[in-house]
Design a binder for this molecule. Structure first.
Ligand code: HEM
Ligand SMILES: *[C@@H]1O[C@H](CO)[C@@H](O)[C@H](O)[C@H]1NC(C)=O
Ligand SMILES: *[C@@H]1O[C@H](CO)[C@@H](O)[C@H](O)[C@H]1NC(C)=O
Length: 338
């Protein structure tokens, strides 16, 4: 009797274990190798520390919100969200910071360094730089009035950078719609993601170098309907950005509310007033109208934009992440551990 009793307990435990195993495996069915609360035990103050530091940085320099968001994007599109973008040139590494889309343009590295420094005090050797980038991007968006979302964590840091990858995978500001779609598809992102994530251009600035072609090239002349209004828009931009020179002069990506994360980006592009060619093609080159449908939806309903944006940010944050034993946890985000 005692024996069968023990056997049945044993079997019960086995069944529970197997069932539990199957259940926890099924959590991965949504394709997420990352989890919420990954550092709950090992670094309970993580999210508070990142939030505080992002708020301080944005208070000092409001544009930093945009810059931190873009940093995560430029990380994820090149060999995945693995903090490869943070590596400086050293030893065999050629930094992505020197690549065309990044040089004299990408910013926020000191903010990430500062966060990492504090985290190494609070919970040494624990939090990856890639996860810091994902959290900082979230807090940056929220700090400017945008949505807040739960960030899945557990990314690990790469052992290398890809200078070529940066030149190849980060879309250029004069990309055609076809190129943008192909570019996003390469990353596993679809048309809906392209439109929602382009909404990031509701804050931050671009250099004259990035929008000169858009304000001088006759081929980028907007739809006739907008011509009169756009003449004034171009005049302003031309005064900021002459035909040659003053390459690093800045203009806001969203002229209406440059410091707010809202849906005014979509109002702008509907009026033909996106700053970049890649913004305007979403409306001008979409012959099938699918993209236009999203653009108008987000322009009319900010809540729908925010919901779509959050979905796409989570998706982007999952691109080719390193987990488990892959990569490492860098001690200094600028260098691989020796
Ligand atoms: C759709 C293709 C995209 C293109 C062609 C593009 C291109 C650009 C360019 C050229 C700039 C200005 C850089 C400069 O002149 O220094 C810029 C700025 C920015 N981009 Fe994009 N981008 C794209 C998508 C995205 C995505 C997906 C995000 C975020 C998820 C993003 C976030 C930003 C932000 C926030 C800024 C302002 C940065 C600052 O002020 O420091 N962009 N982008
Ligand atoms: C990077 O691109 C350059 C020029 O396209 C090429 O010569 C070089 O071999 C590439 N390097 C790597 C590591 O792919
Ligand atoms: C985009 O800009 C680059 C660099 O300024 C230029 O070489 C290229 O011809 C442009 N492409 C198009 C399609 O205008």
């Amino acid at each position: 009797m005692a024996f069968t009793g023990r056997v049945s307990i044993f079997i019960t435990v086995l069944v529970v274990l197997i069932f539990h195993g199957v259940r926890s495996l099924s959590y991965d069915d949504d394709g997420l190798p990352l989890v919420l609360g990954y550092y709950k035990q090992t670094c309970p103050l993580l999210e508070k520390i990142v939030l505080r530091q992002v708020q301080v940085a944005v208070f000092r320099d409001p544009r930093m919100a945009a810059s931190l968001l873009r940093l995560h994007f430029h990380d994820c599109f090149v060999t995945g969200c693995d903090a490869s973008v943070l590596l400086d040139s050293y030893g065999g590494i050629v930094s992505e910071k020197q690549a065309g889309p990044n040089i004299d343009s990408l910013r926020g590295f000191e903010v990430i360094d500062e966060i990492k420094y504090i985290l190494e005090e609070a919970c040494p050797y624990t939090v990856s730089c890639a996860d810091i980038l994902a959290l900082a991007a979230r807090d940056a968006v929220a700090s400017r009035g945008g949505p807040r979302w739960n960030v899945y964590l557990g990314r690990r840091d790469s052992l290398k950078a890809s200078f070529n990858g940066s030149n190849q995978y980060i879309p250029a500001p004069n990309s055609s719609l076809e190129t943008l779609i192909a570019n996003f598809r390469q990353q596993g992102l679809d048309i809906k993601d392209l439109v929602a994530l382009s909404g990031s251009h509701t804050m931050g600035e671009a250099r004259c170098l990035s929008f000169r072609q858009r304000v001088y090239d006759q081929n980028t002349e907007e739809h006739l309907y907008h011509r009169k209004r756009n003449t004034e828009f171009r005049r302003i931009l031309r005064s900021i950005c002459p035909k040659s020179g003053r390459d690093s002069e800045l203009a806001p990506l969203d002229l209406m509310t440059p410091a707010r994360f809202d849906n005014h980006y979509f109002h702008n592009i509907i009026r033909g007033e996106g700053l970049l060619i890649s913004d305007n093609v979403l409306v001008n080159e979409d012959f099938e109208g699918e993209i236009k449908k999203y653009v108008w939806t987000y322009a009319f309903n900010q809540e729908l934009f925010f919901a779509a944006f959050v979905d796409s940010m989570v998706k982007m944050g999952n691109i080719n992440v390193l987990t488990g034993e892959e990569g490492e946890i860098r001690r200094d985000c600028r260098f691989v551990n020796t």
